[in-house]
Design a protein around this ligand. Sequence first.
Ligand code: NI
Length: 226
Amino acid sequence: MLVEIPSLLNTEQAAALHERLKAASWVDGRVTAGYQAAAVKNNAQLAEDDPTARELADSVLRALERSALFMSAALPLRVYPPMFNRYAEGQAFGTHVDTAIRSIPATPVRVRTDLSATLFLTPPDEYDGGELVIEDSYGAHAVKLPAGHLILYPAGSLHDVRPVTRGVRYGCFFWVQSMVRLDSDRTLLFDLDTAIQSLARGDAGKAVTVQLTGIYHNLLRRWAET
Ligand code: NI
């Protein structure tokens, strides 16, 4: 399931973060890549122990804690400390799958990466290319969102970042270990929660009936023996 979290940061918050990143000191992005990903990764990152990176990462974590949509979609158990990347003109990240288990530096904590997340930080009119392309069984989805918007996607899916052909693209990325391991289970719970929220607000139209019917049949398909 791909879930967009609009305005995780508002325009001013995203712009402030963007300015801080422009002035930060960047290192080769391959430092955190696994063997296969390192061969196709060409970007820059903030070092994980960089004080600016830590401060900005904390501000992203606080925004995640405030987002009911993120909580409902990810059902997070652990969030890997957010990191920051920069793609200058000509840079890209070829097709790869994210590493399954990540150790949080300087801690004994390991995170199973169920979900990957990208928070877009550069306004889309400031760069060309740089789309995040996520493949699933329905094909390839190119994602390029306004600054401050987040996309959540299964960490096990093939994905890449297309070459930036103009400007510079800044982003924040991290992984989530969910309390619910399987994407299909999480999707059912998210759909159910979305329907409940809609009914509770009193703005449920016909679409909520369709949604609930879908959940019923998907559970029946899972549990029924014939
Ligand atoms: Ni990746």
